[in-house]
Design a protein around this ligand. Structure first.
Ligand code: ANZ
Ligand code: ZN
Length: 821
C-alpha cells in the first residue's frame, strides 16, 4: 500500500493548483457572490505565527465551502506593509525600510502558500507599494474636498518612544497601543479626519449587523459614547456677559447648581483670572494638569483637585452668583469642556463640594413633601420629584429633564442636545514609513492639495534615520517643491498617514486591484461588496473595524460603493494558547506553524486547528491533538487504500438495500446534513469534523458482504466533505479514486431527506395488559424513546388520567405495557 506522505503530496498539489489557476476568482455572474476575507498580515521580520495560521485556516474553509456550494468567491490576500517596525529597523540596524519590508512580504507570502489556502494571488496588494498608497492619497484628497480632512492645532497624544502622535483609539489605558509607553500631551498642528460627522450613522449601522459579535458592537457603541442631555448657557457679568455653555445629562437638577467647573485648558480661564490674586496659582495649576493623563484625571478613585478662579457666573434661571472653578476631572474635549456642579445629585460633585466646602442644595426628593435628611450623607442620584426649583416644583424629574431643557431653549439659554465621546481621527504621523499626506504649503496660496494627476507623492530615499526627527524633513528633494497653483517655491507636508488609513479600504481594492486611475471602479466593487465573512482579531474592535466602517460610509456618500457597511458578518477568532498562556515570544511557548507543517504537513496543522475549538474560542495547543489529527488523516488514507479496487470497477446499485447498507446511507446523509449546517450556518468547524470522524468509524465497521455501491458513494462523499479542511490529501485521494478534475471543483453534496428516515414498525400499547392503542416507532428507537412516545399519545393520556403509572415495560419491536392504577 502507498504510504501517506504529506510533504510530497502538498508541494505537488500547491504547484499544480497554481499552474491550473484553480483559485482564480470566478467572475461568472450567474452565480451568487461570496466575499471571504481574512485580515491581512503585517509583514514583520518574524514570519508566520500560529495566530495567522488559525485565521487563514478558518478563512480557507469558508472560501472553499462556498465555492463548492456554487458561489463565485473572492478570497484575496495582501500585506499591511507600512508601519514603525520597518523604520525602527532602519534606525537601529541601518537597513532600508523598503527593502526590509519587501523581503518580509516575500517571506510571509511563501509561508502563506505552504498552508495551501485558496487565495487569488493575482489580486495581491501591499500597502507600501506606490500603486497602492497613491490611492490613500487620492482618498485623502476626496475627504479633503468633502470637508472631511482638516488641519488644526490641538493638544494631542504623544508617544515619546515612537516619537509620534497617536489617535485616541491608539491609546489604551493611557499607554501606546504599540509599545506600551506612557502617552503624554503635546500641542501640535495636525491633520484629522472628521469621523465625528458620522457618529450617529456609525451607531445606527451597528443595529444592522446582526452577524457581528455582540461584544464588538458593544465596544463600538461605548467608544462612540452617545449621551443625551441639555446645553445650559451661563453668562459671566464681570467678563462683559461672556457666555459659557455646559453640557449636562441632568438639566432637571439645574436649580441645584452651586458652582461651575471649567476644564483647566478651557480658553476662557486665562481671561477669567487676569489681574486677580488667583491668577498665578490657576496658571500653575493648568500647567500641572497638562502633564496628567486622561485616565488619571477621570478615574473615579482619583482625587478630585480644583481651584477657585475668583470669578462668578450668573445662573440662567435664578440669576444667582455661581462661583467658577477649574478642576482636574473636567475634560476639555468632552461636551463643552465646562460643567455645572450639582453636589446634591451627583457623586463626583458631592465629593468635590464636600472637599472644598461648597454649598449642597437638594432639588430632588424621593417623594413629594418628603425631605431628604440634611445634611446629605451622599448624593441622591435616584429619580424623584422636584423641589426648590421654582415653577417646576412638584414635577417628576424625568419629565423635568425635557421641560427645563425646553424652557432654556425658549429663552435662548440652551436646549436638548446630543454629545458623543468619539473624537475626530488624528491621522498625522511624524514618521517616514507611511503614506505622505498630499498637501503643499505655499506662502502665497496657503494650503494647496496636490492635484490628483500628480499622484503618487513618492516617499523619497534621500532621508536620514537618526531616531531624532521625522526623516522626511531631512529630504531636501522632498520638502522643497513648487506650488501647484502659482508655481512659486513651496513646502511639502512631511507628516505621513496613520497606517490604519491603509487598512480602512484595502478590502475594496481587492475588487479591482490593478486599477491605475481609481482606488477601484465602482462597478467592480459593486460586484463583491460587502465582505460576507470577515475573519480577524478582536483587538481591532474600535480601531480598524470602526475606521473601515467610517471609510465605507464616506465612500458610499461619494457614490463609490453601494453599501454603507463593509463587513456583513464578522468572525473574531480566539487566541492560540499553550500551557494556558497566549503563545508569545516573551513566554517562550511558541510553536511555529512551519515546524508543524514540516513535520506533519499543512493538512494536519489545519485539521488540528479547526478541530481543537470553535473559531471564536481560545484554542489550547496540544501535541497529542496534533498527533491525533495526523492519525485521523492516515486512517482516512488507509480506508481508501483498503477499498482501492472499488474505484476501478463499475458498480451498479444492487436493488433492495440490506439493513446495514441502509444504516450506512443514513449515517452518510446525516453527516452531510450536519457538516453542511455546521460550516454554513454556525461556523462550527470542530463539530463538523467530529461528524466526519463518526462517518469514518461507520465506514470501518461496514461489513465486507454489504452493498458495494453504497460503500463507494460514502467513500467518495467522505473525501468531498473533508476537502475544505484538508485540501491536499483529499485532492490526492480524489485522483487516486480515478476522478476527473479537482475535488475542489466538485459540487457540495446535498443530503437526501429520504435516507434519514428510519425504518419503522407498528407496536401495540397496552395498559395493564390490555391492548389500548397502536404506535408507529423507528426500529432503531431506544427503549426510553418508545416509552415516551407511548405515554404521549392522546388516547393513552386520556386513559391514564388520574392514575399513577407504576411501571412501563418495553418489548422492542413488539409492544409497550403500561402498569397504572
Ligand atoms: C450636571 C449633573 C448633575 C450631571 C447630575 C450629572 C448628574 P455622560 O453620561 O458621560 O455624558 N460632564 C459634562 N461634560 C464634562 C466634561 N467635559 N468633563 C467631565 N465631566 C463632564 O455624563 C455627562 C455628565 O458629565 C454631565 O452631566 C456633567 O455632569 C458631566 F446630577 O451635569 B452633569
Ligand atoms: Zn502658491
Amino acid at each position: 500500500m502507498r504510504e501517506y506522505s504529506p510533504k510530497e503530496i502538498e508541494s505537488k498539489w500547491q504547484r499544480r493548483w497554481q499552474e491550473a489557476n484553480l483559485y482564480q476568482t470566478d467572475e461568472d455572474e450567474s452565480k451568487p457572490k461570496y466575499y471571504a476575507l481574512e485580515q491581512f498580515p503585517y509583514p514583520s521580520g518574524e514570519g508566520l505565527h500560529m495566530g495567522h495560521m488559525r485565521v487563514y485556516s478558518i478563512g480557507d474553509v469558508v472560501a472553499r465551502f462556498r465555492r463548492m456550494n456554487g458561489y463565485r468567491v473572492l478570497h484575496p490576500m495582501g500585506a499591511d506593509a507600512f508601519g514603525l517596525p520597518a523604520e525602527n529597523a532602519a534606525i537601529n540596524r541601518g537597513v532600508n525600510p523598503r527593502e526590509w519590508t519587501l523581503s518580509n512580504m516575500e517571506r510571509i507570502r511563501k509561508e502563506q502558500a505552504l498552508i495551501g489556502a485558496s487565495y487569488d494571488w493575482e489580486r495581491y496588494l501591499g500597502t507600501c507599494l506606490p500603486d497602492y498608497y497613491k490611492f490613500n492619497q487620492w482618498l485623502f484628497l476626496l475627504f479633503y474636498e468633502r470637508g472631511l480632512a482638516y488641519r488644526k492645532k490641538a493638544s494631542v497624544n504623544w508617544c515619546p518612544d515612537c516619537n509620534t502622535v497617536l489617535a485616541n483609539e491608539q491609546v489604551e489605558d493611557g499607554k501606546c497601543w504599540r509599545c506600551d509607553s506612557e502617552v503624554t500631551k503635546k500641542e501640535l498642528e495636525q491633520w484629522f479626519l472628521r469621523i465625528t460627522d458620522y457618529a450617529e450613522r456609525l451607531l445606527e449601522g451597528l443595529d444592522r449587523l446582526p452577524d457581528w459579535p455582540d461584544r464588538v458592537r458593544a465596544m463600538q457603541r461605548n467608544w462612540i459614547g452617545k449621551s443625551e442631555g441639555s446645553h445650559v448657557t451661563f453668562t459671566i457679568p464681570e467678563c462683559g456677559d461672556e457666555r459659557v455653555t455646559v453640557f449636562t445629562t441632568r438639566p432637571d437638577t439645574l436649580f441645584g447648581v452651586t458652582y461651575m467647573v471649567l476644564a483647566p485648558e478651557h480658553p476662557l480661564v486665562p481671561r477669567l483670572v487676569k489681574g486677580k490674586e488667583t491668577e498665578a496659582d490657576v496658571l500653575a495649576f493648568i500647567e500641572q494638569m497638562k502633564k496628567q493623563s486622561e485616565i488619571e484625571r477621570t478615574s473615579t478613585e482619583a482625587e478630585k483637585v480644583g481651584l477657585f478662579t475668583g470669578a462668578y457666573a450668573k445662573h440662567p434661571l435664578t440669576g444667582e452668583k455661581v462661583p467658577i472653578w477649574v478642576a482636574n476631572y473636567v475634560l476639555l474635549d468632552y461636551g463643552t469642556g465646562a460643567v455645572m456642579g450639582v453636589p446634591a445629585h451627583d457623586e463626583r460633585d458631592f465629593q468635590f463640594a464636600t472637599k472644598y466646602a461648597l454649598p449642597i442644595k437638594t432639588v430632588i426628593q424621593p417623594v413629594e413633601g418628603e425631605a431628604l435628611a440634611e445634611p446629605l450623607a451622599e448624593a441622591f442620584t435616584e429619580d424623584g420629584v422636584l423641589v426648590g426649583s421654582g415653577e417646576f416644583d412638584g414635577m417628576p424629574n424625568r419629565q423635568a429633564l425635557k421641560a427645563i431643557a425646553q424652557h432654556l431653549e425658549e429663552r435662548n439659554q440652551g436646549g436638548w442636545t446630543t454629545t458623543y465621546r468619539l473624537r475626530d481621527w488624528l491621522i498625522s504621523r511624524q514618521r517616514y514609513w507611511g503614506t505622505p499626506i498630499p498637501i503643499i504649503y505655499c506662502d502665497a496660496c496657503g494650503t494647496v492639495p496636490v492635484p490628483k494627476e500628480q499622484l503618487p507623492v513618492i516617499l523619497p530615499e534621500d532621508v536620514v534615520f537618526d531616531g531624532k526627527r521625522n526623516p522626511l524633513t531631512t529630504s531636501d528633494t522632498f520638502v522643497h517643491t513648487t506650488c501647484p497653483s502659482c508655481g512659486k517655491p513651496a513646502r511639502r507636508e512631511t507628516d505621513t498617514m496613520d497606517t490604519f488609513v491603509d487598512s480602512s479600504w484595502y478590502f475594496m481594492r481587492y475588487t479591482d486591484a490593478k486599477n491605475e486611475n481609481m482606488p477601484f471602479s465602482p462597478e467592480k466593487a459593486a460586484k463583491w461588496l460587502p465582505v460576507d465573512e470577515y475573519i480577524g482579531g478582536i483587538e481591532h474592535a474600535v480601531l480598524h473595524l470602526l475606521y473601515s466602517r467610517f471609510f465605507t460610509k464616506v465612500l458610499y456618500d461619494a457614490g463609490l460603493v453601494h453599501v454603507d457597511e463593509p463587513f456583513k458578518s464578522l468572525l473574531t477568532q480566539g487566541m492560540v494558547l499553550k500551557d494556558g498562556f497566549k503563545m508569545s515570544k516573551s513566554k517562550g511557548n511558541v510553536v511555529s506553524p512551519l515546524e508543524i507543517i514540516e513535520k506533519y504537513g499543512a493538512d494536519t496543522a489545519r485539521l488540528f486547528i479547526l478541530f481543537a475549538a470553535p473559531p471564536d474560542r481560545d484554542l489550547e495547543w496540544s501535541d497529542a491533538g496534533v498527533e491525533g489529527s495526523y492519525r485521523f488523516i492516515n486512517r482516512v488514507w488507509r480506508l481508501i487504500a483498503q477499498h482501492e479496487a472499488l474505484f476501478t470497477q463499475d458498480i451498479a446499485p444492487g436493488g433492495e438495500l440490506s439493513g446495514e447498507a441502509k444504516e450506512l446511507r443514513r449515517l452518510l446523509h446525516q453527516t452531510i446534513k450536519k457538516v453542511t449546517g455546521e460550516i454554513g450556518e454556525r461556523s462550527h468547524f470542530n463539530t463538523a469534523i467530529s461528524a466526519i470522524m463518526e462517518l469514518v468509524n461507520g465506514l470501518y465497521s461496514y461489513p465486507e458482504h454489504a452493498d458495494r455501491a453504497v460503500l463507494k458513494e460514502a467513500l467518495e462523499t467522505l473525501v468531498v466533505l473533508l476537502a475544505p479542511f484538508v485540501p491536499h490529501v483529499t485532492e490526492e485521494l480524489w485522483q487516486w479514486m480515478g476522478k476527473e478534475g479537482s475535488v475542489h471543483r466538485v459540487s457540495w453534496p446535498v443530503h437526501d431527506e429520504q435516507a434519514l428516515v428510519l425504518d419503522e414498525v407498528e407496536i401495540a400499547v397496552q395498559i395493564n395488559g390490555k391492548v389500548r392503542d397502536k404506535l408507529v416507532v423507528a426500529t432503531q428507537a431506544t427503549r426510553e424513546e418508545v416509552e415516551k412516545q407511548a405515554l404521549a399519545t392522546e388516547r393513552i393520556q386520556a386513559l391514564i388520567e388520574g392514575k399513577t403509572v407504576r411501571k412501563v415495560i418495553v418489548v422492542p419491536g413488539k409492544l409497550v405495557n403500561i402498569v397504572a392504577n
